[in-house]
Design a protein around this ligand. Structure first.
Ligand code: ADP
Ligand code: MG
Length: 714
């Protein structure tokens, strides 16, 4: 049973005296007026509970003076010593450099901004106490702009007094100083106890999952004692942090399960398999389904035949043949008199789907409509009309499909390709769009992704979906062999392109840039195309980038597909969907700038035919250590799942899911990679909570995810 409203926590007599922190507005704190409260609101801090869950990112140790000789880089430390030298130096920037020495070693203090008086106060012989972050500088270990105080003069000053506890550093935000944040946290800690902040993990559960008291953990983390293991805290591996991480991951998991339950509480169309039409479609394909395609397609078929909305994610490496599987699903909906919609993340991919689906469906008498943002005027009207009247049974497009003004006559299934481009928020809003368009019954939803999602991430970010995996490539593919070559050997690479093209094969040359600027990327590609035309006079060179008109892009792709071009210079716009089996060589420039998933996608454009295929990663030296590690991973494996695991470890979940900007999967304290070991316990725990403690489960979601109604409503 799931409640529909948020009930108040159970109250006992004694609790009337202590309102819970989640019911007290931040304005109750000293020094918080309306204006300041607005600033806090922007950070999602509305109540005292929010403040106490706004946890420090790291800590500084101002509890003791560290011996200079014991320091390494990136330590926040208090040190004391005598100034041995002080002079203005002229490097890249003029600065004041002081050498400070204690009995154990020497360190430099560097000031880029300083006054004459300041310089005067830092003369040799002066004894100082300083606080700051160490770093490797031009003169060895240095501290830039330390806080400092002369010990010789005012020995009683409190400015730099040592503290009892480690000093918390909160997530930085504009217009909110650490000082202020610490004072707010301190005020809330004074009110914090079991009555003002309830334990939401049922005690039985808490024990079986080794959870200590919440209040104790929070107190510890806002003000760790002097002897706290600071390195463990910095790593986020302290038991008190892990206890909170567990609760947070649990809350996220619950929120997605809530969403799933909410969707599945609605009815959906019963769309059984139409065997005759399915056979007819398969007979026209010209190839047999792989075992994996067949298996996944049957899982989908079974979902569609149930009167609850399908929520299924199909993962399959590039080239594993997801499109056919999607087409079979669409066919099943259409055979039952419903419309199906296929949404792609880019115009090029949408275009490719349109061609495929038209070729497959028109012989069966099924009309395919087409809608992207770039379609305007009468052409657009015509498509909208076909969608609304129901003449169009299948609709292919970009996200323009789900914008205002698009009305489906009878939508029974939405298919979203390349899911990883859409974050959780977008996924939910799409589902809502579906809810609007079909009154009481929900369309089924199928999502496809070519970026395999590491298991740990799938468990947390996709807990609202069922998963199918196409773990087999169509027969006749040869694995792509990958080499990593420095740009100094560019000429050899150009020669290699020459040889491949002369022998009748085709090649891609992909230009990448750091900035996601289509204009700059286009410029780089244009320049490279010119360079290659000069270097390879016998080779027919084409150019494709995001700034071309759709018509020209299409013409260019077609020319390449029909082998009127040998070499296609491209930006990353060709990342998805493009399918030219005769292309067997790909050069990727500056691969160190891309994520592994994206490189893997790009590389998947070759190796689609029977010829042995190669990928050259042409990097700009020198390569960083992480860069080397990443490119080596590309060389060593063609397995998208392995690559995804490495990407997750190296770049974090936001990048891997492509949702960094939307703020999906941003945790206050948990870290999916670090805390992956907690996930196996979270699933069963979530089930128990959802089944037996619906109210607590709701409060948990609100505590950790706030009032985002997408997640919190059940
Ligand atoms: P992706 O999973 O990357 O979307 P596609 O659906 O684009 O892959 O399929 C890649 C290519 O493989 C297409 O040319 C498609 O027609 C072909 N293909 C798909 N399934 C099979 C199969 N079972 N046997 C042979 N070729 C197939
Ligand atoms: Mg595809």
């Amino acid at each position: 049973m799931v409640d529909t409203v948020l009930p108040n926590p159970p109250r006992t007599r004694s609790q009337f005296a202590t309102p819970t922190l989640d019911t007290i507005n931040v304005t109750a704190l000293k020094g918080v007026g309306n204006q300041f409260a607005e600033k806090l609101a922007k950070l999602g801090l509305h109540t005292l509970q929010d403040i106490v869950f706004h946890l420090p990112l790291r800590y500084m140790d101002r509890t003791r003076v560290s011996p200079i000789g014991s320091l390494g880089p990136n330590h926040h430390v208090v040190i004391e010593g005598e100034i041995k030298a002080c002079q203005v130096v002229f490097g890249k920037r003029r600065s004041l450099l002081c050498r400070l020495q204690d009995g154990t070693g020497t360190i430099s203090l560097r000031f880029f901004h300083f006054s004459a008086a300041q310089k005067q106060g830092l003369q040799p012989g002066t004894h100082l106490r300083c606080f700051g972050e160490t770093r490797r500088g031009a003169s060895g270990l240095e501290i830039y702009h330390p806080e400092y105080e002369s010990l010789s003069k005012n020995t009683n000053s409190k400015k730099m007094a040592l503290t009892q506890c480690l000093t918390p550093v909160y997530p930085a935000t504009e217009g909110l100083t650490q000082q202020r944040m610490r004072s707010l946290a301190q005020q809330v800690l004074d009110l914090l106890d079991e009555n003002s902040l309830h334990e939401l993990l049922p005690s039985a559960l808490g024990q079986s999952f080794h959870q200590g008291p919440l209040v104790e953990s929070l107190r510890y983390l806002h003000a760790p004692p002097q002897d706290a293991p600071i390195n463990q805290l910095l790593e986020g591996e302290h038991p008190h942090q892990q206890r909170l991480a567990f609760e947070e991951l649990l809350a996220h998991h619950l929120s997605l399960l809530n969403v799933r339950r909410r969707t599945q509480a609605q009815g959906a169309f019963h769309l059984p398999t139409h065997h005759a039409l399915r056979e007819k479609f398969l007979a026209g394909l010209g190839f047999e389904l792989t075992g994996a395609q067949d298996k996944v397609s049957r899982e989908i078929a079974a979902d569609l035949a149930k009167p609850v909305p399908m929520l299924r994610l199909v993962q399959g490496d590039v080239g594993s043949g997801k499109t056919v599987v999607a087409a079979l699903a669409a066919l099943q909906a259409i055979a039952n008199g419903k419309q199906a919609a296929v949404m792609a993340p880019t115009e090029i991919l949408a275009e490719q789907h349109r061609l495929n689906f038209t070729q497959w469906f028109e012989p069966l008498g099924i009309e395919v409509a087409w809608l992207t943002g770039k379609l305007k005027g009468q052409a657009r009207e015509k498509q909208l009309q076909a969608i609304q009247s129901g003449d169009a049974r299948l609709v292919v497009g970009t996200h323009a499909l789900f914008q205002q003004g698009v009305e489906f006559a009878d939508l029974g299934l939405t298919i979203i390709d390349e899911q990883h481009r859409f974050g959780v928020h977008q996924r939910l809003s799409l589902r809502e769009k579906g809810e609007e368009s079909s009154l009481s019954l929900h369309p089924h939803q199928l999502t496809l992704t070519a970026t395999p999602i590491p298991r740990t991430l799938a468990m947390s970010a996709y807990a609202d979906l069922d998963c199918s995996i196409i773990d087999e490539l169509p027969p006749g593919r040869t694995p792509v062999s990958t080499v990593v070559i420095a740009n100094e050997r560019r000429e050899q690479v150009v020669e290699r392109v020459n040889v491949a093209c002369e022998s009748g094969r085709q090649a891609y040359w992909v230009c990448t840039l750091i900035e996601e600027s289509e204009a700059l990327e286009a410029q780089a590609a244009e320049a490279t195309a010119e360079e290659l035309k000069l270097a390879l006079p016998g080779i027919r060179v084409g150019l494709i980038h995001g700034r071309l008109k759709p018509k020209d892009k299409e013409a260019m792709m077609l020319a390449f597909k029909q082998h009127q071009l040998d070499l296609l210079v491209a930006t990353t716009v060709i990342e998805v969907g493009v399918d030219v089996p005769n292309a067997s060589l790909m050069i990727i420039e500056n691969p160190e700038r891309l994520g592994l998933a994206q490189l893997h996608q790009l590389r998947g454009r070759v190796g689609r035919g029977s010829a042995a295929s190669h990928c050259v990663l042409l990097y700009n030296s020198p390569l960083s250590k992480a860069g080397k590690e990443r490119l080596n991973a590309m060389r060593e494996t063609n397995d998208g799942f392995k690559i995804a695991e490495i990407d997750l470890r190296l770049r974090g979940p936001g990048e891997v899911l492509g949702t960094r900007q939307t703020g999906d999967m941003q945790f206050k304290i948990a870290d999916i990679v670090r805390d992956a070991h907690l996930l196996p316990q979270i699933k069963p725990c979530a089930q128990i909570l959802l089944n037996d403690h619906a109210t607590l489960s709701q409060q948990l979601v609100r505590r950790w995810l706030g009032y985002n109604e997408n997640y919190a409503n059940v």
